[in-house]
Each structure stands twice: as structure tokens, then as C-alpha cells.
Design a protein around this ligand. Structure first.
Ligand SMILES: [Fe+2]
Length: 327
């Protein structure tokens, strides 16, 4: 389905963690001095089966704020789509987002999933209307609290739109909207336009121009690859992204995705390992099918001449944090 263009001019809408922190550069400086950033990445977090399992996930996430080592405290969460089920309408946001995250102490950003763009044929609403109001609020008038928050104090997120570049210390995340089909994910065609391809090209050209040395991540809801489970790979979407990566010579260190409970991330793409020209990184993400918790990953920001270091992997420990370390 067509979607509104993000705010702002140019092909690459941008948001920085400092913007999300309300201009608190002191907090950014602390992260940079610590030499590491930790964030949560989890997808398909809405639930129509009651709050129990969803609250178990958010309780674990909130527990990470009591880490004794300040370097391990998460700085933000990036939801990988399907924030609410089954339809992306305003009435589902309080129970499935605001209430479960009411004690989550950091900002929450979100890629839109297929359920966030789906609207019931019986509803008087338009696709993505509630998502845009709650995650893409225009900060020109200051931070706002939406009616969906039901009086809770979390302000609406200020993303420029459904696709944008998010810059944080040590990492840059390119967020895409893979639209409303169950399968496959779609980022560009003649119906929805090719703005996300132009965005990807502009973002990768900037990475190259700036000789960016942090971890480069892609994030979207539908997985580029899916093995088993009830969802398929998104082959055309992956090939479109690969073509731009090949054209620019810049490849992501990792892709974060939701949608399928078994598949949440992949390294590189069809013909790649990490190939960013100025850094190398390693990561691993697995999911626990039963509890849908995302497993940890570790990215290393390294100088190009430093060889890869072993990647920490575990099969299921309910640790959803992602660490990017300046090494
Ligand atoms: Fe989905």
C-alpha cells in the first residue's frame, strides 16, 4: 500500500539519538566515553492473547536497566515491526504498546510491520495512521503525548517517517518499511514508488563519502531470508537492496528483521559478508521460537586492519540486548 513520504527534503531522512534525547548532548558524550552502546531489538511484540507473555518480555528488558555496569544499560529499543495486532488501529496501542512499555526507561523507536499497516475493512481508519501519530510525530511543536498513551507519560517518537537513517554512537541503522503483505516484504515497486531505493542509495553514498567507521545495520520487518516456519524469504526485496549495495560498494554488517519467529537477522546478503570499506564487524542473532525473545548479538567496531574476533553466540538466554563496542 502507498505510504506518506517522510518529513524533510532530500532522499535520506535522518534522525539522531541526540534528537531523541531532546538535545541532551551530555548523555551522548557519556555513551561515547564508555566506548559501547547497548540497545534492545525485538519484533512482533504486540499480542492479542493477553498481556502475560508480552509483559514477561518487557519485564526482562526493563531488568536490564539495573545492570551494575553502566556500559551495559540499554540506551534505546528498536522494535522490528508488528507493534500491535491484528490491525494497526489506535485502539490497540494502549494495551499492546504503551502499557507494556510504561516502565521502560529509554526511548522506543520502531520499524513498521505488516500488521501496523493493515486496517480492518470495517474500520474507519487509514493505513499507518496510528503508527505515524505515535512514532513519527513532528517535533516542530515539541514532544507530544498522544491520546493512545491513555495518560501515560511516554511521548510520541519523532521519526521522520517509515524509512530513515538513525545515527547513534558507534552505529547507524537504516530503517525500512516492508509494507503490508504477509509475504513477501516489499520496499519498492511502481505502486508504492521507489523512494526507499533512492533512500538506500543516498545513505550508502554518505557512508562512503564520510568513510563511516561504525557498525552499519539495516532494519525492517520482513526477513530477507526465512527458513522453515510460516513465512517465506523476501527475494525481490533482498535483490533490490543487493543491487544498491553492489552499485555503491557498501554492505551492511547485519540486517535486523522480525515477522518470522525463527529468523531475525542475517549477515550480509546473497554475495556478502560484511564489506563496509572502513570497518569490520561480527554479530549473531538467534530467536527463541517459543517465547519470541531475541538473543544477544555483539558487534565490534574495528579498524579495517584488525582481524575479526570471535562472535559470542548463545542458543537461548532471553537476553535481547545488542552491543556495539568501540574496540
Ligand atoms: Fe509480520
Amino acid at each position: 500500500m502507498p505510504f506518506p513520504r517522510p518529513r524533510g527534503a532530500g532522499a535520506e531522512p535522518r534522525l539522531a539519538l541526540s534528537d531523541v534525547f531532546g538535545g541532551n548532548t551530555g548523555a551522548i558524550n557519556v555513551i561515547e566515553r564508555q566506548g559501547q552502546i547497548v540497545f534492545h531489538a525485538t519484533g512482533d511484540c504486540g499480542s492479542t492473547r493477553g498481556p502475560k507473555t508480552q509483559n514477561e518480555v518487557t519485564d526482562k528488558m526493563i531488568g536490564d536497566f539495573t545492570e551494575s555496569d553502566a556500559r551495559e544499560v540499554p540506551q534505546f529499543a528498536l522494535l522490528l515491526g508488528d507493534i500491535v495486532y491484528s490491525f494497526g488501529e489506535p485502539e490497540f496501542y494502549y494495551d499492546q504498546f504503551y502499557e507494556p512499555y510504561r516502565n521502560y526507561y529509554a526511548p522506543v523507536l520502531a520499524a513498521a510491520g505488516n500488521h501496523d499497516g493493515m486496517i480492518s475493512p470495517l474500520a474507519h481508519a487509514t493505513s499507518l495512521e496510528a503508527y505515524l501519530r505515535n512514532f513519527c510525530s513532528d517535533p516542530g511543536g515539541g514532544f507530544t503525548v498522544t491520546p493512545e498513551a491513555g495518560g501515560l507519560s511516554r511521548t510520541a517518537q519523532i521519526q521522520p517517517g517509515v524509512f530513515f537513517t538513525f545515527d547513534a554512537p558507534f552505529c547507524r541503522v537504516l530503517v525500512f518499511y516492508s509494507n503490508t503483505l504477509e509475504d513477501p516484504g516489499v520496499i519498492a515497486n511502481d505502486t508504492i514508488g521507489h523512494g526507499q531505493i533512492d533512500f538506500l542509495r543516498a545513505a550508502l553514498q554518505r557512508v562512503k563519502r564520510e568513510s563511516y567507521t561504525g557498525a552499519l545495520l539495516f532494519a525492517h520487518h520482513h526477513p530477507p531470508y526465512a527458513i522453515g516456519g510460516q513465512h517465506s524469504s523476501s527475494t525481490e526485496m533482498r535483490q533490490q537492496m543487493d543491487a544498491v549495495c553492489a552499485e555503491t560498494g557498501i554492505w551492511p554488517h547485519a540486517v535486523l528483521a522480525g515477522h518470522g519467529t525463527r529468523t531475525s537477522a542475517s549477515l550480509g546478503s546473497d554475495r556478502t559478508g560484511p564489506k563496509s570499506p572502513t570497518s569490520s564487524a561480527a554479530m549473531a542473532v538467534t530467536t527463541c521460537k517459543n517465547c519470541m525473545l531475541k538473543e544477544a548479538s555483539r558487534y565490534g567496531r574495528r579498524k579495517s586492519s584488525i582481524p575479526e574476533q570471535p562472535t559470542r553466540t548463545r542458543s537461548c538466554s532471553n537476553d535481547m540486548t545488542t552491543r556495539i563496542t568501540d574496540t
